[in-house]
Design a protein around this ligand. Structure first.
Ligand code: C5P
Length: 213
């Protein structure tokens, strides 16, 4: 039988990635940032000079994806995030990436005793039987402030207003699409980090996980 699976979903810059990494470290589980998969596909399509909205180009990039592509620092930028949310709306792209994500949950790399996956549809589509589901969210303005700080530290010269506009556009696209829209699963615990610093958010997530496992 598989080990415990923790599903974390939520919008851009909500803190779900940081929480996922921290939970994985705390419990000795493997962690998969599924956003990186969609970012890698969006980035590959852009680099090939194709349109991320072109289903044939995006599906070919999804089928050709290799784990080595997930470490590219370019994936963290706003352009890759925006392209990710465009390719992510294409059903054939999502279908092509499903097995990789489910295999990770069922057989975590390195023989880890459990897996943490974070994304938009982990609790609803990828791992509906997860042992714990968290939906991590925060006010859009708060998320824009955090994301802007992170981008500025990387030397990315972008205004906070642009980041907020981008986050709003991405939220609308992710929640409004037909294929696996971003939605809180009925059995997901809500973790609103608007008024929390990262340490308290992680502590709360650890508490919820200890309760669930
Ligand atoms: O989480 P992150 O911001 O890296 O995700 C980038 C984009 O990838 C999201 O805006 C979303 O469109 C897409 N995504 C998705 N399903 C997931 C993870 C990410 O559609 N499980």
């Amino acid at each position: 039988a598989r080990g415990p699976v923790i599903a974390i979903d939520g919008p851009a810059a909500s803190g779900k990635g940081t929480i996922g990494r921290a939970l994985a470290r705390h419990f000795g589980f493997a962690h998969l940032d599924t956003g990186a998969i969609y970012r890698a596909v969006g980035h590959a399509v852009r680099m090939a000079g194709d349109d991320p909205a072109d289903p044939a180009a995006a599906e070919a990039a999804a089928r050709a994806l290799t784990p080595g592509q997930l470490d590219d620092p370019a994936l963290r930028g706003e352009a890759a995030g925006a392209a990710a949310s465009v390719v992510a709306a294409i059903p054939g792209v999502r279908a092509a990436l499903l097995d990789f994500q489910r295999d990770f949950a069922a057989h975590p790399p390195g023989g880890a005793p459990g897996a943490v996956l974070d994304g938009r549809d982990i609790g609803t589509v990828v791992c509906p039987d997860a042992d714990l589901k968290l939906f991590v969210t925060a006010a859009a303005e708060t998320r824009a402030r955090r994301r802007h700080l992170e981008l500025s530290r990387r030397g990315d010269r972008v205004t906070e207003a642009d980041v907020l506009a981008d986050i709003r556009a991405r939220d609308a696209r992710d929640a409004g699409r037909t294929a696996a829209p971003m939605v809180r699963a009925g059995d997901a615990r809500l973790l609103d980090t608007t008024e929390m610093d990262i340490d308290s958010a992680v502590a709360e997530a650890i508490r919820l996980t200890e309760d669930a496992l």
